[in-house]
Every structure is written in structure tokens, then in C-alpha cells.
Design a protein around this ligand. Structure first.
Ligand SMILES: [Zn+2]
Length: 123
């Protein structure tokens, strides 16, 4: 199996409900997002997918989050915009944008600080 990874980032504000700690108040993060996609096969150019194409899709998902108050977004209306849920949101949105059935989003990691991250593995 082949795995590609792209790293990107976005800045946004959020507020976590039912959370006893500093993240309960309104605040922002500069999230670093790592996206991994896998494929068992290579295309005729012997790559999984053009990094440029993959980055275009990833950037489209980032644009939906960047400089937003995440709690206001439809995706987080009924759930906290935690790093865990952000990672899942990115994985789900990217899966919709990737047209090739042989390419799967294998994991998305959302770093909310230099030392703390959450990873989502689509089942
Ligand atoms: Zn936070």
C-alpha cells in the first residue's frame, strides 16, 4: 500500500461546550492538519495522485474552516468543534472531493498546539 501525506494549516476560533477547562471560553488556534491518503495501486504515471490535485482538494476543505468561528458552521451545529471532530470533518469532506474510488483517506491529524493533536481514522 502507498500512502501520501500533505500538511497544511488553518486559523479559527472555537468554544467547547461541556468542557471544564480553558477551551470553554472563546479562543483561537492555528491548527496544523496532516492528511494521509492511501492506495493499493498506482496510476499510469506511477503515482497515487498528483500532489497538486490532492492539495487543491485539501485547500478547499481548509477554506471552509479558515478564519471562521467554528461553532457557527453547519458541520458543528450539533457537535463540539474539538480537534477530534475537526479531523473527522476534514476526512469526510476530503473523501467527498476525491473522485477516484481506489484512493482512500486513511487518517487526518489535527494539531491544535505544538504538542497536542487528535487523529481520526475513517472506518
Ligand atoms: Zn481550543
Amino acid at each position: 500500500m502507498y500512502e501520501l501525506k500533505v500538511i497544511t494549516n488553518f486559523s479559527a476560533a472555537h468554544q467547547l461546550k461541556n468542557f471544564d477547562g480553558a477551551c470553554e471560553g472563546l479562543h483561537g488556534h492555528n491548527w496544523k492538519i496532516e492528511v494521509c491518503v492511501t492506495s493499493d495501486v498506482l496510476n499510469e504515471a506511477e503515482i497515487v495522485v498528483d500532489f497538486r490535485v490532492l492539495k487543491q482538494h485539501v485547500n478547499a476543505v481548509m477554506a471552509s474552516l479558515d478564519h471562521k468561528f467554528l461553532n457557527d458552521l453547519e458541520a458543528f451545529k450539533d457537535q463540539n468543534p474539538s480537534s477530534e471532530n475537526i479531523a473527522r470533518y476534514v476526512a469526510e469532506q476530503l473523501s467527498l472531493l476525491l473522485q477516484a474510488p481506489e484512493i482512500k483517506v486513511s487518517r487526518v491529524t489535527a494539531w491544535e498546539s505544538e504538542t497536542a493533536c487528535a487523529t481520526y481514522y475513517p472506518s
